[in-house]
Design a protein around this ligand. Structure first.
Ligand code: 0WD
Length: 255
């Protein structure tokens, strides 16, 4: 596997052991990286700490970071700066939409629901990039997670698809801004994976089924596959890549 020894990465969005962020954490841990974890709120702290204790490396910095709160985000990165100084990258694995907006007609989306989904799932990347930039003095790599529903209409994904389109375009604008500072910004478009968040998408099982039947590789995406691609994007092997969306989806996006 790729070596990330001596490098430090922030992983945002571990909720439990099924989280895609946890797949990324395991790949980076195996590559010898130092990891810092942030979680959404108190109710995740214990499960994140228990999970992190199972990794091979010792990763002691585990902090709250509610991305809807500017002060909380600033505080989080100030704490990271004080305790480690420099980071080499960051994984943004954060999204949220109200359950009732993930079924039925997109045209029924409420103003509240629209703004909430965009606030947590898209704007957060810009806010985090701004706060993380001063810590990436040696250059860095930012990776965000997206889904094909941001490019094409997928059943029930609705407002989250519109938020993912915003996230993917944010990746490109941020890549344009931060490139001259040696910071790369890319997205991984993951195939559907059963997690706490995806449970909220109505009829998610039939989506998984369709992938198994139709995707070129005839199987569903695993968190490990996303994790290994993230490790590549965090490594020097990908040094020429920025502003890109890499599909890790068994090839489904070509259909
Ligand atoms: O099929 C899937 N699962 C796919 C997920 C396919 C393609 C992309 N993705 C994306 C998601 O949209 C998201 O961006 O991957 C990312 C990670 O999602 P996940 O691993 O599927 O879901 P989960 O394990 O639930 O982690 C998402 C986490 C939250 O968990 P909850 O259960 O609270 O929604 O996002 C975090 C939180 O940890 N999160 C927040 N973090 C900070 N501040 C906030 C917040 N306000 N809200 C949610």
């Amino acid at each position: 596997s790729i070596s990330l020894k001596g490098k430090t990465f922030v992983i945002m969005g571990v909720a439990n052991k099924r989280s895609i962020a946890w797949g990324i954490a395991r790949s980076l841990d195996q590559s010898g990286a130092n990891l810092i974890f942030t979680y959404a709120g108190e109710r995740f702290e214990k499960s994140v700490r228990d999970l992190v204790a199972t990794l091979d490396g010792t990763h002691e910095l585990i902090l709250p970071c509610d991305v809807t709160n500017d002060e909380a985000v600033a505080e989080c990165f100030t704490a990271i700066k004080e305790q480690v100084g420099t980071i080499h990258g960051l994984a943004h694995c954060i999204a949220f939409a109200k359950g009732e907006e993930l079924s039925g007609d997109f045209s029924d989306t409420s103003r509240d629901g629209f703004l909430l989904a965009h606030n947590i799932s898209a704007y957060s990347l810009t806010s985090i990039a701004k706060n993380a930039k001063p810590l990436m003095a040696e250059g860095g790599s930012i990776v965000a997670l997206t889904y094909i529903g941001g490019e094409r209409v997928m059943p029930n994904y609705n407002v989250m698809g519109v938020a993912k389109a915003s996230l993917e375009m944010s990746v490109r604008y941020l890549a344009a801004d931060l490139g001259r500072h040696g910071i790369r910004v890319n997205a991984i478009s993951s195939g559907p994976i059963r997690t706490l968040s995806s449970k909220g998408v109505s009829d998610f099982n039939s989506i998984l089924h369709e992938i198994e039947e139709k995707a070129p590789l005839r199987r569903n995406t695993t968190p490990e596959e996303v994790g290994d691609t993230a490790a590549f994007l965090f490594s020097d092997m990908s040094r020429g890549i920025t502003g890109e969306t890499i599909h890790v989806d068994s090839g489904f996006h070509i259909l």
